[in-house]
Design a protein. Structure first.
Length: 314
């Protein structure tokens, strides 16, 4: 059986990680938090795709073998993802909608208890499901608003309470956050009832966020890596170290960068605009990097952020 198929079918977030998270916070376990979440080791991102294009690309991605799709309520792609999954079921690509895990997110204008509940229900309708697989808070606040630390903390807390309620009511399977800084994560872990299952954040060889990843490891929070190729940055994809390792492995620099993420225990969700790129990305699961290669890529850290810096949000 090919490596990609085996990994895509069997990567499970173990309940032990959730227990670790509870121990980190010193809190009593919550009933809803012990439900395991199946997370394939690689996902397909849909940020910025227009609806028609997203529907086409997601369907092609499912046909290629992707079983994790990343979207958001703010994206035009969210209803298109639901449409593409429905088409995949009709065509026999998927046996049922449960064969694929969909991650979606609440935009910062949808924060606050009532708004978050309403947004989650819109996402349920857009995706055509009775239960969301994974729902994240997209940002810890509005990046363009007057920064009010106390108000932002209160809004984050009320939004998280809404997600906890949605999970307890069975409308959401797992809950998490996106673009949280170390400060935001520490604040959440000190006050939440149910800890986040996932934190999605920017990670790639030139921006590794080692301290944040260590915090997540201690708390049992799984990390999904958005921008795992730094938006196609030439500084990353034309880096001499990646080029050398790629040549030695008979792979591409993009595959090497993604494989580094997978072997770090991350779940990268690269965007792909063609079936060729999708197949290239899935090829990431067909080889391994040696410890020496991993160490060489670790040395590429440059603090080179490609996306918005969430630490600017109070």
């Amino acid at each position: 059986m090919p490596v990609a198929r085996r990994d895509l079918a069997s990567y499970i977030l173990a309940p032990a990680l959730l227990a670790s998270s509870l121990a980190f916070r010193g809190a009593a376990p919550a009933r809803a938090a012990v439900v395991p979440l199946t997370l394939p080791p690689l996902g397909l991102g849909t940020c910025c795709d227009e609806a028609d294009e997203a529907s086409r690309l997601v369907l092609r991605g499912l046909e290629a073998g992707f079983r994790l799709i990343d979207t958001a309520g703010h994206y035009d792609s969210e209803p298109a993802v639901g449409e593409a999954i429905g088409q995949a079921v009709e065509r026999g690509v998927l046996r049922s909608r449960s064969d694929v895990t969909v991650c979606t997110k609440l935009w910062f204008t949808e924060m606050g208890y009532d708004r978050a509940v309403a947004a989650a229900r819109r996402s349920l309708n857009n995706l055509g499901v009775d239960q969301l697989d994974l729902l994240l808070i997209h940002f810890p606040g509005a990046p363009d608003a007057v920064q009010d630390p106390k108000r932002n903390r209160e809004v984050r807390a009320s939004t998280w309470r809404a997600l906890e309620t949605l999970q307890a009511d069975g409308l959401v399977r797992s809950i998490g956050v996106s673009n949280w800084s170390r400060r935001h994560l520490r604040e959440m872990l000190a006050t939440c009832r149910v800890p986040p299952t996932v934190l999605q954040t920017e990670v790639h060889p030139r921006y590794q966020q080692e301290e944040l990843l260590n915090d997540c490891l201690k708390a049992g929070v799984r990390v999904m890596a958005h921008c795992p190729l730094a938006h196609g940055s030439r500084l990353l994809l034309r880096d001499p170290t990646l080029a050398r390792i790629a040549a030695e492995c008979g792979r591409t620099p993009a595959q090497v960068a993604l494989r580094w993420s997978v072997q770090k225990g991350l779940v990268p969700v690269p965007h792909a605009s063609s079936i060729q790129r999708m197949r290239e990305n899935l090829g990431t699961l067909e080889f391994e990097l040696s410890p020496a290669c991993m160490a060489s890529i670790d040395a590429l850290e440059a603090g080179d952020r490609a996306a918005f810096n969430p630490s600017l949000i109070a």
